[in-house]
Design a protein around this ligand. Structure first.
Ligand code: ZN
Length: 286
């Protein structure tokens, strides 16, 4: 199931993408005196109800909206946490002149970095060395702590494609990467979250990134140093993971930082990231 979020009357509402159009889940629920889903993250428990709705979509024309009429937001609204893993692909660690990590490098972004789908990204004036990073995003669907890797994927609601935009001069201004990762709108997400049941293996997904139509990154999630399961086990050892938490799993080689001649992103550049099954992000830098 593909779940997106759209703006309506000042808040974000979930929609299910179907061949007939997007089901306005909250409109249907309000009509049937059920609590709306806006304002709280979806949980794995909610998916049964959403699937039932999807099956009867054809019979619900009054709740179907053409996708073109919607203002589509990022596919993860207001995540309680945005946790990022650095240097998680061997060749990217090498191109960055960094050692292969022995345990995951963990940093964070905040909700100010989210964009609507396809929204322009202001590069701002605080830094200069702007770079792209295609990444697999993982969204948690149930509260968990001290998860073992064998069970970790049970807690995943779904997956999406992301672009962990980064400002390298700010990232390496001190030992903490935070300010280089958290400028406004520096986390474009794909149009939809694909529920975990439709991703047979999160470690077998092709990823690509294009700058102005030219391919810059091309890898596969099988090259991750720490798998999605490893990451969930590691993070949940230290903190409770909650529904709606978004985990970015690192980027493969091909970023500008790793190139001999570094032509950083400039206004007008169009960056597209793609992951097999998960769609794409495409944003113009301004
Ligand atoms: Zn990253």
């Amino acid at each position: 199931m593909k779940i997106l979020y759209f703006r309506k009357n000042g808040s974000l509402h979930p929609g299910i993408i179907t061949d007939q159009g997007v089901i306005d889940v909250d409109a249907y629920r309000q009509r049937h005196s059920l609590p709306a889903f806006n304002g709280r993250p979806l949980r794995i428990d909610d998916l049964t109800i959403l699937r039932e709705l999807m099956v009867k979509a054809k019979d619900l024309p009054e709740f179907l909206v053409p996708e073109a009429l919607l203002q589509v937001a990022g596919c993860v609204p207001e995540p309680p946490k945005i946790i990022c893993i650095g240097l998680n692909y061997r060749k990217h660690a090498l191109e960055s002149n960094m050692p292969i990590p022995e345990s995951p490098v963990v940093f964070s972004k905040f909700s100010n970095t989210l964009t609507d789908f396809g929204e322009a990204v202001p590069l701002g004036h605080a830094g200069q060395q702007f770079d792209y990073e295609v990444e697999l995003g993982v969204v948690i669907g149930a509260t968990c702590k001290n998860v073992k890797r064998e069970n970790a994927l049970q807690y995943v609601l779904g997956y999406c494609v992301a672009n962990d935009l980064s400002c390298r001069d700010l990232q390496f201004k001190t030992s903490q990467w935070l300010i280089g990762k958290t400028p406004d709108k520096f986390l474009p997400l794909g149009k939809y979250l694909l529920t975990a049941d439709e991703v047979p293996d999160p470690q077998q997904l092709e990823l690509r990134c294009y700058r102005n139509g030219q391919i810059r990154q091309h890898s596969n999630t099988r090259d991750m140093i720490f798998s999605v399961s490893d990451i969930i086990e590691e993070l949940s050892r230290y903190m409770t993971l909650s529904p709606g938490d978004l985990i970015l799993t690192g980027t493969p080689e091909g970023v500008i930082m790793g190139m001999p001649e570094k032509n950083w992103l400039i206004p007008g550049d169009i960056i597209r990231t793609e992951i097999e099954l998960l769609g794409y992000t495409e944003n113009t830098m301004i």
